[in-house]
Design a binder for this molecule. Sequence first.
Ligand code: DHB
Ligand code: MG
Length: 219
Amino acid sequence: PSPDAWRRVDSYLTELLVGADPVLDAAVREQHAAGMPAIEVAPVNGKFLNLLARISGARRVLEIGTLAGYSTIWLARAIPDDGHVITIEAEPANARVARTNLDRAGVGAKVDIRVGRAADVLPTLEGDSPFDLVFIDADKESNTVYLDWAARLGRAGTVVVVDNIGRGGEIADPATTNSQVIGTQRGLEMLARDPRFDATALQTLDRKGYDGVAVAVVI
Ligand code: DHB
Ligand code: MG
């Protein structure tokens, strides 16, 4: 294949299977206009989250790391009107952009944005649990803390998804000094060894580049 084949494949798959989505486009525009980084999940990845939520029949979803709400919209669209998404965002300014995006997308009533450090917010969520699906996409250094809470706030069968487990291949470097990669490695090791999880992970190549996603079930 030519060196840019994967970019063309990403466009092909996105156009074919995701399609035009003005609401999501607007959310990303607002995100960029607010100066937030272009690190939202790729469209094919957002739809993957949406499908996982639907396949698992999720009604209660927990997201760690809202950013401007792009993946939150995908998740909220997947759950019934009497379900809810609780999404945790550390930056109040990001949360304000996300609120506007979610309301414009017509899913605002299903989404509760909790502003604060996830390590502080997670211990307050017992009353909203058990969650049926947990999406972890925040500071990678804290992935083991977030996985521990995913298990505690989940139930047998809860789906857990961890974003960014490939990091351009750096994930397989045992000598890496990148704290985000080290945090991601610790998280994957936890998924492998902690008896509360059974997991796998897939490498991904999409418009965001070479990365990956881990999927686990709580035992
Ligand atoms: C980064 C974080 C993400 O969640 C992502 O999907 C891509 C990049 C980052 O912090 O660099
Ligand atoms: Mg991510």
